[in-house]
Design a protein around this ligand. Structure first.
Ligand code: SAH
Length: 294
């Protein structure tokens, strides 16, 4: 009897930035639960993107996407090979290292016992955490959250566009306070709830399904003194006005999901709503912003 086969594809790259960009684009395109994509640093200091497909992938489509994220010559370098199916998820997770940001470490269950005692671990199934989110944006938000928490203990916190729930869980574990988390995608709200439970924060994170500020809970739980929103530049701009209506006078806002070229437009939209830029960081080609009420 034939063993069930999966496919692995590997692409060697010179630098981290292009590796991450290609991995981001591939993981969005193959967001079907059948594919795991990761960007890894190799021992020699080079980078690689690896993809594991549980079903035979359309190689031409994968190559085309890589070319879009880089160029044809880079795309020509990708190699596809058959691997045994039984371990494909395990194999694809092995290379994933815990990701540190300030006091926080995002890790998969395979690293649960390797988190230092002085860190706050956030356990997210790696395929979800790193396969669908933009790594650099999550890390940017966690880094800025860590900085905010050095001087303040926010009391009413909102994580808008919670996805896996990672930011809400981080805030809940650091503050031991109830956090409101929301997502336009119902499955994300359910995932965030599951992940909060898995992290012992099930009673602290309330995850709801809502578009923008379109639910009663925002009014009940607000006005917020800290909002985290890792979405994308255009929705963030549209949300500036509604967000203002849900902030208290001393509020701090952390925004991410924007490319550096879009930062000024987002900053302007929030300035028009009474929020001024305090800090701007760039990680893996993504910009994160810290803003505060004037
Ligand atoms: N906060 C997570 C996930 C970011 S991905 C992290 O930092 O890793 C962005 C999430 O925002 C997605 O789950 C998407 O479904 C959600 N989203 C996009 N537009 C939204 C909107 N208008 N209102 C609420 N959620 C939105």
């Amino acid at each position: 009897m034939d063993k069930q086969q999966a496919t692995r594809a590997v692409l060697a790259l010179a630098d981290e930035r292009s590796a991450r960009r290609i991995a981001d684009i591939l993981s969005e395109a193959f967001d079907n639960g059948e594919t795991v994509v990761g960007a890894f640093e190799s021992a020699d200091g080079g980078w690689s993107v690896s993809m594991h497909f549980s079903e035979t992938p359309d190689e031409a489509v994968a190559r085309h996407l890589i070319a879009l994220a880089s160029d044809e010559a880079t795309a020509a370098g990708v190699r596809f090979e058959a691997v045994e199916a039984k371990d494909w998820v395990k194999a694809s997770l092995e290379g994933l290292q815990p990701v540190a940001a300030g006091r926080f470490v995002v890790h998969g269950s395979h690293d649960r016992h390797r988190i230092a005692g002085n860190r706050i671990g956030i356990e997210i199934e790696a395929a979800l955490a790193f396969g669908t989110g933009h790594h650099g944006t999550t890390r940017g938000c966690l880094t800025l959250l860590d900085q905010v928490l050095r001087t303040r203990r926010p009391r009413r916190v909102l994580d808008l566009g919670t996805g896996t729930g990672v930011l809400a869980i981080a805030a809940a574990k650091a503050l031991r306070r109830g956090i409101l988390a929301s997502d336009i995608d119902r499955r994300a709200a359910i995932t965030a709830r599951d992940n909060a439970r898995r992290n012992g924060a099930g009673n602290l994170v309330e995850a709801i399904c809502a578009t923008g500020f379109g639910a009663r809970e925002f009014k009940h739980r607000g006005p917020f003194d800290l909002v985290l929103a890792n979405i994308l530049a255009n929705p963030l701009k549209r949300l500036a006005g509604p967000m203002r209506a849900h902030l208290d006078a001393s509020a701090t806002v952390i925004l991410s999901g924007l490319l550096p070229d879009h930062a000024n437009g987002v900053i302007a939209a929030y300035r028009a709503n009474g929020l001024v830029l305090q800090k701007q960081i760039e990680l893996e080609g993504w910009t994160s912003l810290l803003l505060a009420r004037r």
